[in-house]
Ligand binder design. Structure first.
Ligand SMILES: C[S@@+](CC[C@H](N)C(=O)[O-])C[C@H]1O[C@@H](n2cnc3c(N)ncnc32)[C@H](O)[C@@H]1O
Length: 216
């Protein structure tokens, strides 16, 4: 039987699932390699769907992201999911959760990493389909988060998507501007109608979701 927190997290993830799907649909975009876009029926994809979750903490969203983006890619592709956070304490929990979240052929990796300096990590590659940042924390340290946004964009394929969520209205607005300065083009921003209010006024879970692509 799930404990009280797990029940809350499930409800939060269900709300995230809905708002993400709505935002992606409104974006009118497709993921690179979307089966419905360019491939002949039955033609194999060249590799896994790659999702990078930056500043992921305990990464409670891993299963939701795999499900939503796999559906959005229009195929049953295997997933390579990489989560990174500067605090390793939380990544053990993240790894345990992720093992329960994916299919048998999905791969999950968790890195203790300063995401403002991800370019040091060459083996990570630069061909992610999605970079995701849940509850980006831009106003906590603007220069560091500006750099994290830049690094998240740099790790994307040319037609990959960068998606953020935010706790606060004002922080969301600031992050949208910072991302545009980093070279991202805002495609859609969406409010989460089922956001869960937290104890700080104006703060709620996945209050806003925004979808970007690289500026062309
Ligand atoms: C607001 S929390 C969000 C955590 C998680 N994404 C969530 O929604 O529960 C911000 C996260 O950013 C991480 N963080 C802060 N600076 C970082 C950096 N330079 N590199 C990687 N992670 C960082 C923190 O450790 C923390 O987990």
């Amino acid at each position: 039987m799930p404990n009280e927190f797990e029940t809350i997290y499930r409800a939060e993830n269900a709300a995230l699932n809905r708002v993400l799907r709505r935002a992606l649909k409104k974006s009118g975009l497709a993921l690179p390699g979307d089966a419905s876009a360019a491939r002949a029926p039955g033609e194999a994809h060249s590799g896994p769907l790659q999702i990078l979750d930056l500043a992921c903490g305990t990464c409670r969203e891993a299963g939701t992201l795999v499900e939503v983006f796999r559906d959005f890619s229009g195929s049953a592709r295997d997933v390579r999911f990489v989560g990174a956070d500067i605090r390793d304490r939380e990544l053990e929990e993240a790894a345990a959760r992720a093992r329960r979240a994916g299919g048998p052929r999905d791969q999950f990796e968790f890195l203790t990493e300063n995401c403002a300096r991800l370019s040091r990590h060459r083996e990570l590659g630069r061909d992610f389909d999605v970079t995701f940042l849940r509850h980006q924390n831009y106003w906590n340290d603007k220069p560091v988060w500006q750099r994290i946004f830049e690094q998240g964009l740099e790790k994307l394929k040319d037609d990959g998507l960068l998606v953020i969520t935010s706790y606060f209205d004002r922080e969301h607005a600031l992050a949208l501007k910072a991302l545009e300065r980093a070279g991202a083009e805002l495609i859609v921003t969406e409010q989460n109608e089922a956001t869960r209010m937290l104890d700080t006024p104006g703060k709620s879970v996945d209050r806003h979701v925004a979808v970007f692509r690289k500026k062309r």
